[in-house]
Design a binder for this molecule. Structure first.
Ligand code: NAP
Length: 242
């Protein structure tokens, strides 16, 4: 009997798959049997090696970059993971730091979902979208205004798209990772005070690892999640339960 968590026969595209959470998701999806297309603005060669998949170049400096990616071939699973963060006091925050983050974290996510769904509808195929949200989809954060706005937006469009597409065969869900040891949180971890403060609030008693997110993505990408629509799954060591 096939496991409901198996992704055998499925093709998945993961954005920002060269490192961090994206790479870990790519590896978990491949372990579950998916053929993985690692998409990045940097080389994804290491991920391709780890997943025995393939790579494509995708740079969301142009938020519409994925417009033609899904029309050429059937892709069953989309993981919108690519994201950036800029830190500064809100009084000093620049327009560039606002626009760059919103473009990659929110505008690109929406229009990549749109391209993916249009292609799935043409094929009358069922499909899965997993967006990477954040604790800052729910909380305010400090000194990261465009990031917080973008991740609140990711939670919002995940629910909106689920409402529009659930009956048409596409599951749209998101994962909200807690504090994970990646490039994204390097500055926080380098600040001993902030780092200790964060750790003391995590019920699991440790920072998250990128691998912690991978299997949650497998779940949401699999048939085990067929009746799950518009959910934001917290994978945060219990942070939001405090
Ligand atoms: P990361 O190591 O910095 O990875 C970010 C990924 O996004 C990298 O692959 C990066 O590529 C890619 N990316 C950035 N700008 C891009 C662009 N213009 N076009 C295409 N790809 C681009 O950080 P991470 O922690 O793994 O972040 C992955 C996702 O998880 C992000 O959406 C982040 O907001 C979210 N998240 C992270 C945490 C955490 O604690 N780490 C918590 C909540 C949510 P390059 O390597 O080329 O820059």
């Amino acid at each position: 009997m096939t496991s409901p968590f198996s992704l055998r026969g499925k093709t998945a595209l993961v954005t920002g798959a060269n490192t961090g959470i994206g790479q870990a998701i790519a590896v978990s999806l491949a372990k579950a049997g998916a053929h993985v297309i690692a998409a990045g603005r940097s080389s994804c060669a290491e991920t391709v090696e780890m997943t025995k998949g393939e790579e494509i170049h995708l740079d969301f400096a142009d938020p519409m970059a994925a417009r033609d990616v899904f029309s050429g071939r059937p892709i069953d699973i989309l993981v919108n993971n690519a994201g950036i963060i800029r830190r500064a006091d809100s009084t000093d925050f620049t327009e560039a730091d606002w626009d760059d983050v919103i473009d990659v974290n929110l505008k690109a996510v929406f229009f990549t979902c749109q391209s993916f769904a249009k292609a799935a509808f043409v094929r009358s195929a069922s499909a899965k979208i997993v967006n990477i949200a954040s604790l800052l989809s729910f909380q305010g954060g400090i000194r990261v205004p465009s990031y917080t706005a973008s991740k609140h937006g990711v939670a919002g469009i995940t629910k909106l798209l689920a409402n529009e597409w659930a009956a048409k065969g596409i599951n749209v869900n998101a994962i909200a990772p807690g504090y994970i040891e990646t490039n994204n949180t390097e500055a926080l971890r380098a600040d001993a005070g902030r780092s200790a403060e964060i750790l003391s609030r995590i019920p699991a008693g440790r920072w998250g690892r990128a691998e912690d997110i991978g299997d949650a993505a497998v779940f949401l990408a699999s048939s085990a999640a067929n009746y799950i629509h518009g959910t934001i799954l917290n994978v945060d060591g219990g942070w939001l339960a405090r």
